[in-house]
Ligand binder design. Structure first.
Ligand code: SF4
Ligand code: SF4
Length: 506
């Protein structure tokens, strides 16, 4: 029987139509999907959780689309970086990203010829083992595109070790204004579904579950059509679409655990261990299938450029495109003063230097919002911040404790549970920036999460060293797998079959 439930968690933010223009019916049909070809790209070596990659090119080198320009140092927890344009390397120097990270970056002047590596071509009719699939995803430089950028290969590896049952695909994009994930589903539903099925097989899950807001009718239909098309090729997998009520921040893994499994995960507890499930973003699944099927590394992504000071746009941009070049393609930014936010308008960070701020692997939206002057007053104890906090915290109490230096007490009050969703600051009528104070205190907790991933990845048969690509040069890194796949997949005890389109020619 069909699951008629609507899943959700308590509290959170209901932005309704005020912040969610994509729900207005005419807009959905008017989404413009544009492709941007920038004059240059700036590729930071650190766009993910973990150690920065190391530049693998020199100033003056000519690079082609898909080429690896940054490699992880052997033995480090990192992912490679690839270029999405062809042209000359003009600079290698440190840049500071809006989040404060100082990272080496490779600047490439686009020759607009889009000369690509020969190795970027569809893979045709062969089988891949789970291990090989993880290797391809690792070498494609894929990291989580919806959050902190955890290396996808390491997360798959951990899920495989934990023997998960449910493979959850996060199609819940609930941030105000953003629709980039939804456009990924509408434009490439087969890739999202096939990537999810492939990764579900890699981790050994028996069920592939797509989580989506009940309001996203068009995307639900797209997913359902794609599932119906490929169901026969994945008979070992059960499929389900779970509908969620719309509220922010719906897609965070601890809130998903609460909504679906009724479990309150403690900080550091994982979905894999506690719920036998793993959660991946739908755009990440699209990137995985591009790597597995077409040999395309992670070198471009869909972003939204939107806010109350601009119209709604979704664009496919090479990773590394400067924000200034993105904006030069948008004509409808309102005159007057606006703020540029790297990320969504609740949790993003203000961009001070758009010429030197690139789109990175985790950037799903550039928000263009009006400068609102909220008069700052002392707390009026209205309780709104507590009412909306999805982690059931009392942000005003914690804020006061931190202001008085009572860190231990703030910790006991649950401050480390904060997920930096920004809801409390958004609703506060006194204009108090609660989020910055509480989230930066809680930030140390995030390290626990990354460390647990690292520990689990290294504990099993594929070590951190093996999670690091070991070859550089004029390759996309992916082509090395084409030589060994046929033979090794037959031998491999963990052999799986990923069906490719039968008439796809290399
Ligand atoms: S305290 Fe943290 S989790 Fe709670 S609403 Fe504020 S930012 Fe979100
Ligand atoms: S929302 Fe702002 S004013 Fe209201 S209780 Fe929280 S901190 Fe105080």
């Amino acid at each position: 029987m069909a699951d008629r439930r609507r899943y959700s968690f308590y509290r959170g933010l209901f932005t309704g139509d005020v912040l969610n223009f994509s729900k207005r019916s005419p807009f959905v049909k008017e989404i413009m999907f544009e492709r941007i070809y920038p004059t240059k790209i700036i590729l930071p070596m650190k766009m993910h959780s973990g150690v920065p990659a190391v530049p693998a090119v020199e100033v003056g080198d000519y690079v082609r689309v898909g080429q690896c320009v940054g490699v992880p140092e052997k033995g480090t927890f990192s992912v490679p970086v690839h270029t999405g344009v062809s042209g000359k390397v003009t600079d290698i120097s440190d840049i500071r990203l809006p989040n404060g990270i100082l990272t080496p970056s490779v600047t490439i002047k686009n020759d607009m010829k889009r000369t690509r590596l020969d190795s970027i071509r569809p893979r045709s009719g062969f089988k891949l083992s789970a291990q090989e699939s993880i290797g391809i995803i690792r070498d494609a430089g894929i990291c989580g595109m919806g959050g902190e950028g955890l290396p996808t290969a390491a997360k798959l590896k951990r899920a495989r070790t934990e023997v998960v049952r449910d493979f959850l695909v996060n199609c819940l994009q609930s941030e105000p204004y953003s629709t980039s994930d939804l456009v990924a589903i509408t434009e490439y539903p087969d890739y999202v579904v096939l990537g999810s099925c492939a990764c579900a097989r890699v981790v050994g899950a028996s069920k592939c579950v797509f989580l989506i807001s009940e309001n996203r009718t068009e995307q639900r239909r797209s997913l359902q059509n794609s599932i119906d098309k490929i169901r026969a090729d994945f008979k070992d997998l059960e499929f389900e679409i779970k509908l969620f009520r719309e509220r922010f921040p719906q897609g965070y893994y601890r809130l998903v655990a609460r909504a679906i499994y009724g479990k309150n995960l403690a900080l550091g507890e994982t979905l894999e261990k506690s719920c036998r499930a793993v959660l991946f973003n739908c755009s990440t699944m699209l990137a995985c299938w591009e790597a597995l099927s077409d040999n395309i590394p992670m070198m471009s992504r869909i972003i939204s450029v939107t806010g109350d000071a601009s119209g709604g746009h979704n664009m496919l941009v090479p990773i590394g495109t400067p924000v200034s070049e993105v904006l030069s393609n948008v004509q409808d930014i309102n005159n007057g003063s606006y703020r540029l936010i790297w990320g969504n308008c609740l949790t993003g960070i203000e961009i001070r230097n758009p010429e030197n701020t690139p789109i990175v692997k985790t950037t799903s939206v550039i928000s263009v919002v009006r400068k609102a002057e909220v008069p700052r007053t002392p707390c009026i104890h209205c309780g709104l911040c507590s009412e909306c906090c999805p982690m059931n915290l009392s942000p005003n109490t914690i804020y006061e404790m931190l202001n008085q230096g009572l860190r231990q007490k703030a910790s006991e009050e649950g401050a480390r549970e904060c997920i930096a969703c920004g809801s409390c600051s958004y609703v506060c009528p006194a204009g108090i920036n609660l989020t910055t104070a509480i989230a930066s205190f809680a930030g140390e907790g995030r390290i626990i999460e990354i460390n647990s991933l690292l520990d689990n990845s290294s504990a099993e048969e594929m070590s951190v060293e093996e999670l690091t690509p070991s070859y550089v040069g004029e390759t996309s890194l992916l082509e090395n797998y084409t030589e060994e796949d046929e033979g090794s997949s037959k031998k491999s005890p963990d052999s799986i079959t990923l069906p490719f389109e039968k008439d796809k020619e290399v």
